[in-house]
Design a protein around this ligand. Structure first.
Ligand code: PMP
Length: 367
């Protein structure tokens, strides 16, 4: 039957500005949205120009194979184009991976407090979602995941890991990931979700592409929604060896990535100045927010992404309660009760004045 579909709890995104403005009787222009890990700089001008140019040709279908974008990506990443899959957001890549390698009765692994789409993609195909306990610091426990995978034997088909993870911001070292990839049974496909990869500091960086070359069971997933500022266009990509890429390609929608997104992504990917500006803004915003949390004696988790998880109370209503007070003041953040973190709120790092508005509202609420 379709019980597995009815059992799914739908994905809940950040509340849209217009909806919050109407519900709380606020001026849209005064609302600060720090709820969806978007780029506070918005879309790069280079990408907007490229997109507007492509808009002249919207009577035609997009290039179904993404020839130009794949060539730009392949040249930069140092892989052949037939290792790349374009997705309607990197979300598409995650779902394609699940549909390509698992079915009802199979088992799919991910960490507690990991990105919400992993269980969704798993449940949608009727597979069994196996949530592995997190570490004490809310990160992925890869040795525990390995044990769970091995215990499942042939039923284990897929594991999702995120580095950094959303919503915890937790970071895995290169050694932890490499040990996991090395020890994982080769029939289990491992998705390394790097939606926030561009926010890693130079010291945190590692060569994930080299792993794709070494491990035939690995899919690397990346996004244009965060550091590249194209969330509204929906585009991401996967990198895997050709036998896996071929499977993803067989089941994707024929024109899964629209023309505007492809054109914008080509420009954004090459706009190194925009990436650098966003990176620096993010580091400064992280310091601004975490300094304020320290002053307010609030516990937060060290984050390697463009967001921070902060504990706003000790009872299980705290996250929802403070979130409501913030909404009334025109500040949209993300409650994470659905991630098993009801005492916490996730704050996307914004522009300095947006972060300041949030801090001021939080201070007033907690006073
Ligand atoms: N992975 C992670 C860890 C995410 O946080 C997100 C966005 N919330 C995604 C993937 C999907 O992003 P997109 O589909 O916009 O590329």
């Amino acid at each position: 039957g379709l019980k597995h579909i009815h059992a799914i709890a739908p994905y809940v995104g950040g509340r849209p500005i217009s909806e919050v403005a109407r519900e709380y009787g606020l001026d849209e222009k005064k609302i600060v949205k720090l709820a969806s890990n978007e780029n506070p700089l918005g879309m790069p001008k280079s990408a907007k120009d490229a997109m507007l140019k492509a808009a002249g040709d919207l009577g035609r279908y997009p290039d179904s194979n993404g020839f130009e974008l794949k060539n730009v990506l392949a040249a930069s990443l140092g892989v052949p184009t037939d290792w790349i899959t374009l997705g309607n957001g990197s979300n598409d890549i995650l779902e394609l991976a699940a549909r390509a390698v698992a079915q009802a009765g199979d088992e799919v692994f991910f960490s507690k407090h990991a990105f919400a789409v992993y269980p969704l993609a798993t449940q949608a195909i009727g597979a069994k979602a196996v949530e592995v306990a997190a570490t004490e610091s809310y990160g992925h426990d890869l040795p525990a995941m390995l044990t769970a995978i091995k215990a499942a034997g042939d039923k284990a088909k897929l594991a999702f890991i995120a580095n950094p993870n959303n919503p915890t911001g937790s970071y895995l070292s290169a050694k932890e990931i490499e040990d996991f990839l090395t020890a994982a049974p080769s029939h289990v496909v491992i998705v390394l979700d790097e939606a926030y990869n561009e926010y890693l500091t130079p010291e945190q960086r590692y060569d994930a592409l080299a792993w794709v070359g070494r491990f035939p069971n690995m899919i690397l997933s990346r996004s244009f929604s965060k550091a590249y500022g194209l969330a509204g266009l929906r585009i991401g990509y996967g990198v895997a060896q050709p036998h896996l890429t071929d499977l993803l390609n067989r089941i994707r929608q024929p024109f899964n990535v629209n023309s505007l997104a492809q054109a914008a992504a080509i420009a954004a990917f090459q706009d190194k100045a925009f990436l650098q500006e966003g990176f620096e803004l993010n580091r400064a915003g992280y310091l601004q927010l975490t300094k304020a949390f320290e002053q307010l004696n609030l516990v937060y988790l060290p984050s390697a992404g463009n967001f921070v998880l902060v504990k706003v109370g000790d009872d299980d209503q705290a996250g929802a309660r403070i979130n409501l007070e913030l909404l009334k003041r025109g500040i949209i953040v993300r409650p994470v009760g659905n991630y098993g973190l009801p005492q916490w709120l996730r704050i996307s790092i914004g522009l300095p004045q947006e972060n300041a508005a949030f801090i001021e509202a939080l201070k007033a609420i907690l006073a």
